[in-house]
Structures are given as structure tokens and as C-alpha cells.
Design a protein around this ligand. Structure first.
Ligand code: DGT
Ligand code: CA
Ligand code: CA
Length: 576
């Protein structure tokens, strides 16, 4: 496994960033920065030096401690000190470092003074004019930050992935029928399973004489042709979704697919690894001098730089390359691993179909259990259930289960978390259910401390199984609640309850980075459809993709358990 000088430099720079955020001694921070620069500028390969037993402390700026870290990195592929620091820092803070104008010093100040940990919280603080009061910021800086954030948001309207999906599928089917076309695949953020996509990037492999570009621009859903060449074209569909098409020769399939899948920062990291090995990496292949040594498959691209295949959902340059190198890539949870669904509605509240029809649809989707979780009485617009109606439904479920074949319904509720953190139904009835899914449906605007306390208190109820759509966001229309999500995740671990990845297209909530935090904290996640109709089970794949982007494996997902394994896990959350 190749460990190159730039990898070591990057590790030292990350250590310096994190130390600086954490208020470490400035001399220590500077030592890591200096070492990073030195390592980058070094003409000899550190791994080779270590293998030759050379004394690294003879290098300027490298003392015993740094030498030890270098040896650890080149021999194991990772740095335990960096990993420890990463664990101590809220994961979204490193995302803040990417906001133009924010370095570690400023991120630290915002975190300490305003409790800002995420881009959403930063946006809110800037809008509310709270940033200017932080020492070292002022009105001008606040305005610049807000501008940078708004440029990011306003740039192009992004489409929820599930909204883009049917357009992508239709276009792929259409292009597949064009003469001379062999393969058509959607790459870009769509393939990586991001919650939203800025545009679609379609890659096709074609024979030289294929009329693919003319056919593409003539597609009936095209509203505007932005550009058209012989190997690439860009159009805007009638729904305003932009589509980029690239056509390449079959032999470049792997290199092109890798390039257009991205992410850009993953690509750059891979290209650097190639460069350090004397290889040129681009969308046409991997080259040593003029000779093409890889590129027909994505596997060959990774293999050429000494890595195993990395799943698209992981390609965000969030540690996947280091994990691949160390042989620690997660074996991602797959669609076929899901055995059931723990959040669904029927006609009894605001769903569209009977429990019987929902059960049949869930079974057709390959599931063996389905929890019926209607809204509770507080949510009057959704015909929430009161204790009397809930009792009646519990009897109906018992009766239905004696008739159903191949699927079992579980008795649950999606109970409202009231403003004071209590649950909307009395313990006397909750205790007779098999699971309690709980959610916030109003007062999304409470200040951070109150909102967090509200949810923690709800989790302390004697019957609490799953926190549904934990952030409350609606993509494009409602920002996530201002809550301390890492704290909620830790509380879930302490209470032994679970969190949801809600698969509704406009929710996808928890988001990937928080799902990853939950995994690291050992909290199981339920990937739930929150189905309101028999068609909604299809959405599970988008929820699952978020789980994959959170590095989740089968063991990290609650509803991969068989019903027999699941029952005691649910029961343990229902009597405390
Ligand atoms: P999006 O469309 O904003 O949701 O995100 P992406 O990742 O689909 O980005 P897009 O459509 O701009 O580009 C598609 C892929 O093409 C991207 O993931 C990686 C690759 N790519 C684009 N520009 C560059 C570049 O400047 N350098 C490298 N290495 N790759 C690039
Ligand atoms: Ca794209
Ligand atoms: Ca694009």
C-alpha cells in the first residue's frame, strides 16, 4: 500500500487544523504546519527512508514525536493521533473549513462563542447578525461570509435525488436505443447518492459514428440546448434540470466513469496519488508516458494506484482513500439486507391505503415486517389517533396478522414530541405497543438549547424506540432544527434507543455525516420509508443510499435484523 509524502503532509495539516480548532498550544500547531510544508518539499520518499532505517530526526523540523508519527503513517497507512482528534471534533466543523474565508481560527471562534457547528447554523447566525459580535469578525466579515454562503445556496437550484431519478431513468432508456450506443450510465453526484443533485452527468460509450449527440439534443423533454459538440453536450430539460452528456470510446469506460462520478475532491486525491507514482490520470485512462496502463474499468483505475475498489457513495474525500489503503473500507449495507420497515401510515391517519394494502406492498418490496405508526392526536390535520382509536387499531392489527402471509405487521405509533418534551399519548397506552416512533412536528424554531433539551427529554420517556426524521429538515423548504445532533446521538446510545434515516425524498434525514457519527457512537439506525401510500416503499433505496454515504454496514442498520432478532431489541426500548 503506497503511502506518499503528500499523504503525510495532508495528515499533518489536518492535525494542525484540528489542534487549532481545539485551542491547542500555538507552537504545537506551528510545528505540524512546518512539518507538512517540509514533507511536501522533500525530494526523497519518506516511506523508502523509513524502510531503509534512516534517522528521520536528522531532517530539519522533525523531532522524535513527528518521526514516530511518520513511521506509523508509512507502515500502517493511518495516524492514530489524527483519528483521535477527529473523534473529538464535531464532524461538520471540517465542512465549515471549506466555507470561503473561514480558517481554523475563525471556525474555532464561531464554535466557542456561538456554538456554530454546521453550515446551517452558520447561515442562521450570519442572517441574524450574531457573527459581527464575535471578537475578530465585525460587520464586514459577517457580510462576506453571508455572501459566500448565499452564493453557494443561490448558485443553481438543486433537485432532490428522488425527483431527478425518473428523469434520469427515462433519458437513459432513450439513449440506450440510439444506434452505436453501448453503455449509458448516470455518473456525478447522482451516482454518489447525494441527497440533491445540481445536474445530471450522463456517460455513454459509443461507436465512432453514433448519432448520440444529435439524438440527445432532439430528446422531446429538452427545453434548451446549451452547447453541443461531437463528444459532449449540455441541455436543460423542461423542468429546468440540466443534463451533461459525455460520449467516450468503450476502452475509456472505467476512467471516464471514475472521472465523471467524482467527487471532484476525491478525483483530485486519486490523480495526485497517480502523479506521485509517475502516472497521468484523466478521463481517458491512466498513462505511464504514452502507454495506457489502465482505464477500461473503474477497478483498474483504483488498482493502478494501489487501491481496492471504492463504492461511489464513499467518494467524497472524507477518509475513504485512507481507509481503502489501510484495508478498512466498510462493507456497505445493501438494499437486499433490509428485512422490514419501521415507519408507515395507513388511511387511519394521513396515509392513502388500508393496512392490508400497505402490508401487501411491503411484502412485494421484499420486506418481512412493517410497523404501522400513525400520527398521534396532537397532529389533528393528519387525523392523529387518540387512545381509543389506537386501541381499536391494535386489535385490527392482531386480527390482520392471523390472515397475512409472508409479512407481519408491528403495532406502533408516530407519537408527537410536545413542546415540553413529553409525548402526546399516555404511558398506559404506549406500553401496549411494540415500538414507539417519536417525532417533532411543530415549533421547529426553538433555540438550540431548548430544542435539544426537548428531544433529550422525550428520549428519556419510558417508551421510546426511534427518533424519526431527527433534524426536521425539508429539502428546499425548511432548514434543519437548530439542535446539538452529536449530543442527541450520544444520548441515544446511553438510552439504548435508535435514530431514523427517513427515506422520504424531501427529508433524507438523518443526513450522511450524522449517520456516520451515529455509527461511530454505536447507535443503530432504522432506514424507514415513512410510507403514506403503497408506492412509497420505492423510496427506501434513497434512504439506503444515505446510509451508505454514512459508511453504514449491515450490522449498523436496525431493520436488517430478522423479526426474531428485532423483537427483543424493540422490547428493550419499551420498558424503562
Ligand atoms: P452536482 O452536479 O453539483 O450535484 O455535483 P457533481 O459532483 O455531479 O459535479 P459536476 O456535475 O460539476 O461534475 C461531475 C463530475 O465531474 C464531478 O463529480 C467530478 C468531475 N469533475 C468536474 N470538474 C472537475 C475538475 O475540475 N477536476 C476533476 N478532477 N474532476 C472534475
Ligand atoms: Ca452533476
Ligand atoms: Ca455536470
Amino acid at each position: 500500500m503506497p503511502v506518499l509524502n503528500p499523504d503525510i503532509a495532508r495528515a499533518f495539516d489536518e492535525i494542525a487544523d484540528l489542534l487549532e480548532i481545539e485551542d491547542a498550544n500555538p507552537f504545537r500547531v506551528r510545528a505540524y504546519r512546518t512539518a507538512a510544508r517540509l514533507v511536501l518539499g522533500l525530494s526523497s520518499d519518506l516511506k523508502t527512508m523509513v524502510e531503509a532505517g534512516e534517522d528521520l530526526t536528522e531532517l530539519p523540523g522533525i523531532g522524535e514525536d513527528l518521526a514516530k508519527k511518520i513511521i506509523e503513517i508509512v507502515t500502517t497507512g493511518h495516524c492514530s493521533f489524527l483519528e483521535k482528534l477527529e473523534k473529538q471534533t464535531p464532524p461538520a466543523l471540517t465542512e465549515l473549513l471549506k466555507v470561503p474565508g473561514l480558517g481554523p481560527k475563525r471556525v474555532k471562534a464561531l464554535w466557542h462563542e456561538l456554538d456554530v457547528e454546521t453550515v446551517d447554523q452558520l447561515t442562521r447566525a450570519a442572517r441574524e447578525g450574531r457573527i459581527r459580535s464575535v471578537p475578530g469578525f465585525g460587520e464586514k466579515t459577517e457580510a462576506r461570509i453571508l455572501e459566500a454562503l448565499q452564493a453557494q445556496i443561490a448558485a443553481v437550484p438543486r433537485f432532490p435525488i428522488a425527483v431527478a431519478a425518473p428523469y434520469a431513468a427515462a433519458l437513459v432508456r432513450y439513449l440506450q436505443n440510439v444506434p452505436g450506443v453501448r453503455r449509458v450510465v448516470v455518473a456525478g453526484s447522482f451516482r454518489r447518492g447525494r441527497d440533491t443533485v445540481g445536474d445530471l452527468d450522463i456517460l455513454a460509450t459509443v461507436a465512432a459514428d453514433s448519432p448520440i449527440m444529435e439524438r440527445f439534443t432532439a430528446y422531446e423533454d429538452v427545453a434548451e440546448v446549451f452547447s453541443q459538440g461531437t463528444t459532449r453536450a449540455t441541455v436543460i430539460l423542461r423542468n429546468k434540470l440540466q443534463v451533461d452528456l459525455r460520449a467516450v470510446d468503450e476502452s475509456a469506460y472505467g476512467a471516464a466513469l471514475h472521472y465523471f462520478t467524482g467527487s471532484k475532491s476525491h478525483n483530485i486525491a486519486i490523480r495526485r496519488m497517480g502523479q506521485d507514482m509517475g502516472l497521468k490520470v484523466n478521463e481517458y485512462g491512466l498513462f505511464r508516458g504514452k502507454e495506457r496502463i489502465a482505464g477500461d474499468t473503474e477497478e483498474s483505475v483504483y488498482a493502478a494506484v494501489g487501491l481496492p475498489y471504492i463504492e461511489p457513495e464513499l467518494r467524497e474525500n472524507r477518509g475513504e482513500i485512507q481507509a481503502a489503503r489501510a484495508g478498512h473500507l466498510p462493507k456497505l449495507v445493501a438494499m437486499g439486507d433490509l428485512r422490514g420497515d419501521l415507519h408507515a401510515h395507513s388511511k387511519a391517519s394521513d396515509g392513502h391505503h388500508s393496512m392490508r394494502d400497505m402490508a401487501a406492498a411491503a411484502r412485494a418490496a421484499g420486506l418481512e415486517y412493517l410497523a404501522i405508526t400513525e400520527h398521534s392526536r396532537h397532529l389533528t390535520i393528519a387525523h392523529g389517533l387518540d387512545p381509543v382509536r389506537l386501541r381499536r387499531q391494535m386489535d385490527e392489527i392482531d386480527a390482520l396478522n392471523t390472515e397475512l402471509d409472508g409479512i407481519t405487521l408491528l403495532k406502533g405509533i408516530e407519537v408527537d414530541i410536545l413542546e415540553d418534551g413529553s409525548l402526546d399519548l399516555p404511558d398506559s397506552i404506549l406500553s401496549d405497543l411494540e415500538l414507539v416512533v417519536a417525532a417533532v412536528h411543530y415549533r421547529f424554531d426553538l433555540p438550540r438549547g431548548k430544542q435539544t433539551a426537548r428531544i433529550l427529554k422525550a428520549m428519556d420517556s419510558p417508551h421510546f424506540t426511534i427518533l424519526a426524521h431527527p433534524s426536521g429538515r425539508l429539502i428546499g423548504s425548511r432548514e434543519p432544527m437548530d439542535v446539538d445532533m452529536p449530543r442527541i446521538i450520544r444520548h441515544a446510545r446511553e438510552r439504548g434507543c435508535f435514530l431514523e434515516i427517513n427515506a422520504q425524498p424531501e427529508r433524507l434525514d438523518l443526513v450522511d455525516i450524522h449517520a456516520r457519527t451515529a455509527k461511530e457512537e454505536g447507535v443503530l439506525l432504522a432506514v424507514n420509508s415513512d410510507a403514506h401510500s403503497i408506492h412509497d416503499f420505492d423510496n427506501l433505496r434513497f434512504g439506503l443510499q444515505q446510509a451508505q454515504r454514512g459508511w453504514l454496514e449491515m450490522k449498523d442498520v436496525l431493520n436488517t435484523r430478522t423479526l426474531k432478532e428485532l423483537r427483543p431489541l424493540l422490547a428493550a426500548t419499551m420498558s424503562r
